[in-house]
Design a protein around this ligand. Structure first.
Ligand code: HEM
Length: 490
């Protein structure tokens, strides 16, 4: 009897414990999902970040939505995103490898990989980029040289209205090319033009609604034009990069490292000499890391620069103040990174551009690496998580006027530049943008150099209020291509 009694008591205890623990740690709230479709009809796939932001006002900072059968936990607001990505960095630091990400990179490279391979590739990329420049003079020199080419390109229009999209794409692609391949390309080079256009199309295709559907029903892939186009793009991209790698391999000299690819090949050879067979330095990781750095590093920076010129045209008084500061502090000589500390207004304007433009509104999807409790809610291991950067950059409890262009967000009463913790366009934590330092350098040097040289205005027949500031929505939020005038100041 006593043994039976102990057994019953244990069973009761277990039942009580599980009832209480699941009551204490309920799953996050969220709109009731429909069978098969989940919450697809309650969100606007064309502006998903906005509609999730609206849902967070009803369901709170941690809530869940279903995209078909797939559950996603959304994190909203600065406090919550920081609590998860920074304070519980390991638990929220995996990438969610959805079918599309798997098709693109087969879990190699940096963007769409996890585990030891990701850790090693990310660490290598950070140190390799730092050695060629992020921390050193060299990337500053690369960017400054490219500023010169971009300015020449703009000058050709002699103040007439033109669409700056291509030229800016070429300029930022050339900075990554110089770091990855050790060389820049002429803007007129057809091979380069195709590579850059393919890259932009890839980013655009990845953000289309039909690929959200593909992730829910992967067997539909071959019937979806956007998916087949994307796969074709990826194959062509791989062929181009493989050729560049093969050319660099032929002339590789272990004593002179010219670029990222060289650094990888040298490390690979060293490990092979040591007969380290299980190394992550494999051809696939090189190929996909280069593709990732190109894709992640060009469109993002170019898109931010395009927003920056559009905002300056839309807010001419702010453009005037930036130019006044540049003239006073730098004059007509080449602006350099070390000038930034003496240009607080220009710095604040660049930060405000990044905040308001919010170009990567949902970061990239994360996944939980174990069962975890956040603000009392249980999130199971392997759950997809969206850190909603829109809700951080527009958080009403963090920003005085979240929806207007206001450089004072980054200035104190004396006009000195101030850092703001809720400034998170590069996300945060373990998966935070790997190119943040490089991107910041590029944004500062390109923006300041362009504003030193040109007054940006709308085309003669268009007023500032008529400029279209609504974004084109893809994986990033980009400005609509539109013509602006660049009138020489110097
Ligand atoms: C990831 C933003 C420029 C390389 C990301 C993420 C964001 C972001 C939001 C996702 C972070 C997450 O999942 O939580 C930006 C912005 C840029 C920029 C706004 C420019 C204004 C660059 C540049 C490079 C780069 C120049 C390369 C040199 C990467 C890589 C990742 C990443 C490799 C993936 C990191 C990982 O998964 O571990 N970026 N980025 N980005 N970015 Fe950037």
């Amino acid at each position: 009897v006593s043994l039976f009694g102990v057994f019953v008591a244990l069973l009761l205890l277990h039942l009580l414990h599980s009832t209480f623990s699941s009551q204490n740690r309920p799953e996050p709230p969220g709109p009731r999902p429909l069978p098969v479709f989940g919450n697809l009809f309650q969100v606007d796939l064309k502006r998903l970040d906005q509609s999730l932001f609206n849902l967070s006002k009803k369901y709170g900072p941690v809530f869940q939505v279903y995209f078909g059968p797939k559950k996603v936990v959304v994190l909203a607001g600065y406090r919550t995103v920081k609590e998860a990505l920074v304070n519980q960095a390991d638990e929220f630091g995996d990438r969610d490898i959805c079918p599309l990400f798997y098709d693109l990179n087969q879990e190699y490279g940096i963007l769409f990989s996890n585990g030891d391979s990701w850790k090693e590739m990310r660490r290598f990329a950070l140190s390799a980029l730092r050695d060629f420049g992020m921390g050193r003079k060299m990337s500053e020199e690369i960017i400054i040289e490219e500023c010169g080419y971009l300015i020449k390109e703009f000058e050709q229009f002699e103040g007439e209205a033109f669409d700056n999209t291509q030229a800016i794409n070429y300029a930022t692609s050339n900075v990554i090319s110089a770091l990855m391949f050790g060389k820049r390309f002429e803007y007129k080079d057809p091979v380069f033009q195709t590579m850059v256009e393919r890259d932009n199309e890839t980013i655009h295709l990845m953000g289309t609604a039909s690929l959200v559907i593909y992730n829910m029903i992967p067997w539909m892939g071959p019937f979806l034009k956007n998916w087949t186009d994307l796969m074709k793009n990826m194959e062509n991209n791989k062929a181009d990069i493989r050729k560049i790698i093969a050319d660099l391999k032929q002339t590789l000299d272990p004593e002179t490292c010219r670029c990222f690819i060289d650094a990888f090949l040298i490390r690979k050879n060293q490990l092979e000499d040591l007969e380290m067979k299980s190394s992550h330095y494999r051809d696939e990781n090189l190929l996909y890391s280069v593709i990732n750095l190109f894709a992640a590093g060009t469109d993002t920076t170019a898109t931010t620069l395009k927003w920056s010129l559009l905002y300056m045209v839309r807010f001419p008084q702010i453009q005037d103040r930036v130019q006044e500061e540049l003239s006073r502090v730098v004059g007509s000589r080449q602006v350099r990174i070390e000038d930034r500390k003496n240009l607080p207004y220009t710095d604040a304007v660049i930060h405000e551009i990044q905040r308001l433009a919010n170009i990567v509104p949902m970061a990239l999807p994360h996944a939980t690496s174990k069962d975890i409790t956040l603000q009392g809610h249980l999130i199971k291991e392997g759950t997809t998580v969206f850190p909603l950067l829109t809700s951080v950059l527009y958080d009403e409890s963090e920003w005085e006027s979240p929806h207007s262009f206001n450089p004072s967000h980054f200035l104190d009463d004396e006009g000195k530049f101030i850092r703001r913790d809720a400034f998170m366009p590069f996300s945060a934590g373990r998966r935070a943008c790997l190119g943040e330092s490089l991107a910041k350098m590029e944004l500062f040097l390109f923006f300041a150099s362009l504003l030193q040289h040109f007054q940006f205005t709308p085309p003669p027949e268009v007023s500032e209020d008529e400029l279209d500031l609504k974004p084109v929505v893809g994986l990033t939020l980009a400005p609509k291509p539109q013509k602006l005038c660049a009138v020489c100041r110097l």
